[in-house]
Every structure is written in C-alpha cells, then in structure tokens.
Design a protein around this ligand. Structure first.
Ligand code: PMP
Length: 391
C-alpha cells in the first residue's frame, strides 16, 4: 500500500525507537517544568546557563524595541540590518578570522558552507560520526562523498589519496552524541599534505572550550591556515539562536554569492542578533562559567565510574552513559524521570546500533549537589532495571 504511514510508525514503536517531544512549560534552564512535572534537567545544550539570563532577555527586548520583530527579507534583499552586521564583526574579531557570516541556524550554516565550496567533480570527506546536517550537506553538494572512520587519520589519508577536485575535510569539533574532541591537529596536518581544506563544525565546543571560550580551534591553537572554514552555533553555549561561518574575506564573499541556504531565506530577527552579541560579552566577562563546568564534569565522571557504568572519552559537558539496547536506555531514562530528573535517551539511528545511551549534558547553572542527586538517582534506578535484552 502506498504511503502506509501507520505501518511505518508502528514499526518504529515496536523497535523502541519512537521519538517523543517533551513539552517544556518553563523557561530553559536546569530546573524545568516538563509535561506538568518539575524536573532537574540534564538534557539541554545551554552549557553556560545563558538561555534565560536576565541580560540576554533584556538585550532581546531592547533589540525588539529598536528593530521590531521580523527580519523582513533575505540578507541580499533588504534584511541585513546593522544589528546582524555588528554581530558578524564581533564574531570575526572573537574568532580571529577576517570575516564572519551570520545564518539563522547551524543546520543551514553547514548546508551553506559545504554546498558553496564543493560540487560535482570535487570531494567531501567526513567523519562517520558527524552531525546529520553535515552528512545532509555532503549529499546535497553533489561532490563525491565518503566517510572516514571516526577520528581516524589513516582512514582519512587513504581517502585523501584517491580524492579528486577541490577536497573538503569536514568534522564536528566536539562530537554531539559522544562528547569527544576531533583530533584536529593530526587531521589538519593530513589534510594539508593533500592540499585539502578543513571545515570544523564547532557547535558544541564554541563558548565551552578554550581559555576564552573560542572553542576547539582555541583549545588546540589552530589558525585560519589549518582551519579555513569554522562554523559555530549560537543556540547552545550562547543561549541564543543562529550560527556563523568564519574565515577569509574570499570565503565569506563566496558564501554570500553562491550559498543557496543563505541567499534564499529570511534573515533571523535582528533582536536575536542583539541577544547573541550580549552573550558574547558575558562569555568573555564570566570565565567562571567554564571553570565551574569543568568541576561538574570531573565530579560526574568520577561518580559514574564508581557506579560501574560506561562513560565515553569526553572532556566536555556532553557525558553519555552507554547502555547498549534502546529498551534499556528508555527504561533508565524513565526511572530517572520518576525520581524527578530529566535525562534524554538517545537511540539509533541517531547513534550506531547497540550503543543506545543516556546523554547527560551539564550546564554552568548546575550545582555540585545537582550532580550528587543525579548520581544517587542513577544508583537507585539501575537496581530497578530488568535483565539486559538485545537491541
Ligand atoms: N552541528 C551540530 C554538531 C549540532 O549538534 C547541531 C544541533 N544539534 C547543529 C549543527 C545544528 O545547529 P542548529 O541547532 O543551530 O541548527
């Protein structure tokens, strides 16, 4: 039967892969109300605790007073306001790149950068665990597309030696479901040996990593020569919305001329750019947020290891606890929820089969006692789980 949607949905249910959208009834933060229940949340990407910060709210409201609400048109028509422009200039300065281009979402920034840089006759090489938006961008580009083994420089090298045309190596900076870092120095050196360019999507590192929050490139001290295409998003550590691509003058002009996901869409509300600009200030002034996050990460990792649960090699606020089967991940997530804790279960196809997990994410808004509460709840919940089943 054509379009047998019910059968497709039922199949997903039976495989424990059905996705639900929790209904948030409070502002974003670590203490939330979801589906009517007050919960301590460990599942937002608001890593620095800025999404509901009074100064960000104020900046947004002031932005609305000054600029109104809608962007009104695409950037190339009449939608590029001085508010967007000021943010671009500040981001360029912050990332140490000549220019930055603001886009409405990270998904679009990735589509824009990849499709403007490579096409038929070119090659795009990506880490197997890259974010879905990068994989989609690779497919959309029409370039020869191959995925190398996760963080594996030899696997990349083999593909580079067979590459044709302009070659773009694309990697997440921090892998969104594992929390580990791209081996950027080695990947960049290998790409450089083959005259390939490196593009890094630092959605989860920007604002969190590096002494000043400059992300993975600051963490490893890599400049524009090693990473000519840098993508950062503003909806996670920045607590706002949108994304940017930073690089050379020629790169940004190329995107403005050729990137269809940039050209054919309405600019983001200018007031949102005002809020992001304030985030950037806070990020620079309040280094304690990053330091506090580090303390939380250390406490959580020590406690989870003591419980005998399986962590990944992550130095970031993304701390997955791998359980294997989707059913088990769901059961543990539900058991935590009964104890007042919100932790998302991540299942295939978002992660490889057999690696379903709880994705614990930390925020600078958490207190050490919140971590202890999570550890106690994990200890109590595991005891309740039935025998292990296969995925
Ligand atoms: N890249 C990565 C690695 C991400 O995790 C995400 C969002 N989850 C995006 C890009 C997309 O960013 P946005 O949410 O701004 O579209």
């Amino acid at each position: 039967m054509p379009f047998d949607l019910s059968a497709r949905l039922a199949e997903r249910h039976a495989a424990h892969l059905y996705r639900q959208r929790p209904l948030l009834e409070s502002p974003q933060g670590v203490r939330v109300v979801v589906d009517g229940q007050a919960l301590l949340s460990f599942c937002s990407n608001d890593y620095l605790g800025l999404a509901s910060h009074p100064q960000l709210r104020e900046a947004l409201i002031e932005g609305v007073r000054r600029w109104g609400v809608g962007g009104g048109a695409s950037h190339l028509v009449a939608g590029h306001s001085a508010a967007h422009h000021a943010l671009e200039e500040a981001l360029a300065e912050f990332t140490g790149r000549p220019r930055a281009l603001l886009l409405s979402t990270g998904y679009m920034a990735n589509l824009a950068a990849v499709t403007a840089l490579v096409g038929q006759g070119d090659t795009v090489l990506q880490d197997r665990l890259n974010h879905a938006s990068l994989l989609d961008a690779g497919l959309l580009s029409g370039a020869r597309f191959s995925r190398y083994l996760h963080n594996d420089v030899d696997s990349l090298g083999k593909r580079l030696s067979r590459a044709e045309g302009n070659t773009l190596v694309v990697t997440d900076g921090v892998f969104s479901m594992d929390g580990d870092l791209a081996e950027l120095p080695a990947l960049c050196a290998m790409a450089g040996n083959h005259n390939a360019w490196v593009m890094v999507d630092d959605a989860h590192g920007f604002g969190c990593l590096g002494r000043n929050g400059g992300g993975i490139v600051e963490h490893f001290g890599l400049g524009i020569e090693q990473v000519p295409v840098l993508v950062g998003t503003l909806g996670k550590a920045f607590g706002s919305a949108g994304a940017f691509v930073a690089g050379s003058e020629a790169l940004i002009e190329t995107l403005i001329q050729f990137a269809r996901p940039y050209i054919y869409t309405t600019s983001q509300p200018p007031a949102v750019a005002c809020a992001s600009l304030r985030s950037l200030q806070l990020l620079r002034e309040e280094g304690w947020r990053r330091q506090h996050l580090q303390q939380l990460i250390v406490r959580l990792r020590a406690g989870v290891s003591e419980l005998g649960l399986s962590l990944m090699d992550s130095p970031t606020p993304i701390q997955p606890i791998v359980l294997g089967s989707s059913e088990r991940a769901l059961q543990l997530s539900a058991a935590l929820r009964r104890r007042g804790l919100l932790v998302g279960a991540i299942r295939p196809p978002t992660v490889p089969r057999g690696t379903a997990r709880l994705r614990v994410t930390l925020s600078a808004e958490h207190q050490l006692e919140d971590i202890d509460r999570l550890l106690q709840a994990l200890a109590d919940s595991i005891k309740e789980l039935p025998e292990v089943t296969n995925d």
